[in-house]
Design a protein around this ligand. Structure first.
Ligand code: ATP
Ligand code: BTN
Length: 323
């Protein structure tokens, strides 16, 4: 057993948030009480708060729900288990990166923790241990749909629809951000390999904040389901998200993409609002008019309508300075 395996088993034993004695932890893990104490101290590196008290042992606060592949598989009711592989890892640099070198068609990778979680254009995705969801799906294709650049929007619309139906009013900020209560709660990172119109591999990564309450490292307004008052099971939610990703990527015809893009306005955070589009060397101001049939943002400016492709531009409101 590696040090990391011992730590994970310790967290499992403490996950209910009850007092557990050092002696019983040592016995369950086949290590000394000193080794238990050393490993518990190391849990601080995963941002876990474990209190120790002589005579009582150790207690983790708050309690947490670790990812469980069986529970996730069972929660994905519409996907036969044989149709997808689920890989749960304790810690990885990035689930997207992992799938680019491992796994096969229809493999899902979920991590408790990412050491180098990534967003668009080399930005970082803050990924503390066991608080949020970090998952990626790998899909291989024999032929790319023409509207593939709109895939992020397609998946985002489907996720919004699914969570809104469960009473969580998620919204979208073009092109890849998920918002709740006006703050960023998640995002999608789509990476692809292959020839345009030929065969290829797609990796769809999703991060969604679940229980995170503090994160001084995030340099914009953010939130989590817990912060907005939603108490959800991480495994049940992981199953819902994974199922949605798989279903959307399975039916990636241009007709399906067109249908999903037509639903974008139901969840569009900035429709009709004054915004600015920030490119590498320009800022264009105007009013957001939603998206066109290719998923491009339509901006009404003083010079007429302009459209922007998903790429090297960012949408901001007027009170937000460019990065
Ligand atoms: P864009 O409009 O270009 O997408 P963005 O600032 O949202 O702009 P992304 O690349 O989509 O950029 O996302 C990365 C950014 O998201 C980070 O720079 C940080 O500001 C923020 N961020 C990082 N981790 C989290 C997280 N766990 N929850 C919410 N926001 C995060
Ligand atoms: C964004 O808003 O820029 C997208 C963030 C995407 C984060 C997820 S977490 C799982 C997957 N692995 C990564 O490294 N990134 C995505």
């Amino acid at each position: 057993m590696t040090g990391q395996d011992v730590q994970l088993r310790l967290v499992q034993a403490l996950s209910a948030g009850e007092w557990v004695s050092g002696a019983s932890l040592a016995e369950a893990m086949g290590i000394s009480r000193e080794a238990v104490s050393k490993r518990v101290r190391k849990l601080a590196e995963w941002n876990l708060d474990v209190t120790s008290q002589s005579g009582r042992g150790y207690r983790l606060t708050p309690p947490l729900e670790l990812l469980n592949p069986t529970a996730i598989e069972q929660g994905m009711a519409s996907v036969p288990a044989k149709d997808c592989q689920i890989k749960v890892v304790t810690s990885v640099d990035s689930t997207n990166r992992w799938l680019s070198e491992n796994g096969a068609h229809r493999t899902l990778c979920l991590a408790e923790h990412q050491t180098a979680g990534r967003g668009r254009r080399g930005r970082q995705w803050h990924s503390p241990f066991a608080q949020n969801l970090y998952l990626s799906l790998r899909m291989d294709f024999s032929r790319w749909p023409d509207k593939l650049p709109a895939l992020g929007l397609v998946v985002a619309v489907a996720l919004c629809q699914r969570l809104n139906a469960q009473g969580i009013p998620l919204q979208l900020k073009w092109p890849n951000d998920l918002y709740l209560g006006g703050r960023k709660i998640g995002g999608l990172l789509i990476e692809q390999r292959g020839e345009m119109h030929g065969a290829g591999t797609l990796i769809v990564g999703l991060g969604l904040n679940v229980a995170m309450r503090d994160a001084s490292k995030i340099d914009q307004q953010w939130t989590s389901l817990a912060r907005e008052g939603y108490d959800v099971s991480r495994n049940a939610l992981a199953a819902t998200l994974a199922e949605t990703l798989l279903r959307e990527c399975e039916q990636l015809s241009d007709a399906h993409i067109t249908m999903r893009l037509s639903q974008h306005s139901d969840f569009d955070l900035y429709r009709g609002q004054d915004i600015q589009i920030i490119g590498s060397d320009s800022i264009v101001k105007g009013q957001s008019r939603g998206i066109d049939e290719w998923g491009r943002l339509r901006l009404h400016t003083a010079q007429g309508e302009r459209v922007f492709s998903v790429g090297d531009v960012s949408l901001r409101t007027h009170d937000h300075a460019p990065d």
